[in-house]
Design a protein around this ligand. Structure first.
Ligand code: HEC
Ligand code: HEC
Length: 113
């Protein structure tokens, strides 16, 4: 009996550990940390030309203490919304690059005369 209780608690500990691998995803659809990190490394950071620390507390990636992260979350949601339209039009998906082109701040249109 004791052994069964031990095994059950080990298994649930394992499952719980898996679930809490990602603590604070509100817009991204990913299930694993690996997928999130891949997206961050291949899309978010290079398309804005920034390091992870621009948005993250490097000791706790789930923390929302940096405003850049909060803005980025809204931006991700905006891009997801836009991609519904792109899909309907049978166009290619867009990402941060379309506006940011490797910069923190996209260029604004030239001032009207
Ligand atoms: C421009 C801002 C930005 C940059 C740069 C960035 N991230 Fe993120 N990251 C986010 C946002 C926003 C979320 C939360 C997304 C959501 O709510 O679905 C997130 C979530 C994460 C998470 C999930 C944390 C959790 O448990 O909730 C990890 C891990 C992560 N990022 C790793 C990285 C790594 C590694 C880099 C550098 C290669 C990086 N990020 C660069 C904005 C950024
Ligand atoms: C439709 C154009 C567009 C797209 C697509 C877009 N952004 Fe932005 N983003 C902007 C504009 C415009 C600003 C504000 C710049 C300003 O006012 O100077 C901005 C600002 C930001 C900022 C704030 C930077 C700062 O220094 O405060 C972050 C962070 C950001 N975007 C992240 C992202 C991420 C991550 C993506 C991709 C998931 C993305 N953006 C996609 C247009 C876009």
């Amino acid at each position: 009996m004791k052994r069964i209780v031990l095994i059950i608690s080990l298994i649930s500990g394992f499952l719980f550990g898996q679930q809490s691998e990602l603590k604070n995803l509100k817009v991204l659809p990913y299930k694993t940390k690996r997928e999130v990190v891949k997206f961050m490394k291949s899309v978010v950071a290079p398309e804005l030309g920034v390091k992870c620390s621009f948005c993250h507390n490097m000791t706790d990636y789930s923390s929302d203490e940096k405003d850049h992260k909060k803005v980025a979350r809204q931006m991700i949601a905006m891009v997801q919304q836009s991609n519904k339209t792109m899909n309907d039009l049978n166009f290619h998906e867009i990402s941060c690059w379309v506006c940011h082109r490797g910069n923190e701040h996209p260029e604004h249109p030239p001032k009207k005369k």
